[in-house]
Design a protein around this ligand. Structure first.
Ligand code: ZN
Length: 84
């Protein structure tokens, strides 16, 4: 069974956290800000704590990845493309 179609007008009416009211330039800046935040939270390498952790990810790096997921989710909710 496929997901029901999402009608943009209905979605806009039901979603209080939409990016309506932002112009294209503001949306682009917000998308870039989210991309920068994600880049800052994405490690170049994983630490010794990650290597020692049974899950292969220390608490700090797991928290960073949770935040990047939240940034991406926010971008999707606002209909903003986040360059990666
Ligand atoms: Zn780590």
């Amino acid at each position: 069974m496929s997901a029901p179609p999402v009608y943009p007008a209905l979605r806009k009416a039901l979603c209080p956290a939409s990016a309506r009211g932002l112009d294209d330039g503001q949306r682009e800046v917000l998308g870039q800000a989210l991309a920068d935040a994600i880049a800052c939270r994405t490690p170049d390498f994983f630490c010794a704590g990650c290597e020692d952790h049974p899950a292969g990810l220390c608490d700090d790096h797991a928290a960073d990845l949770d935040l990047t997921d939240a940034y991406l989710a926010l971008g999707r909710e606002l209909g903003i493309e986040v360059a990666r």
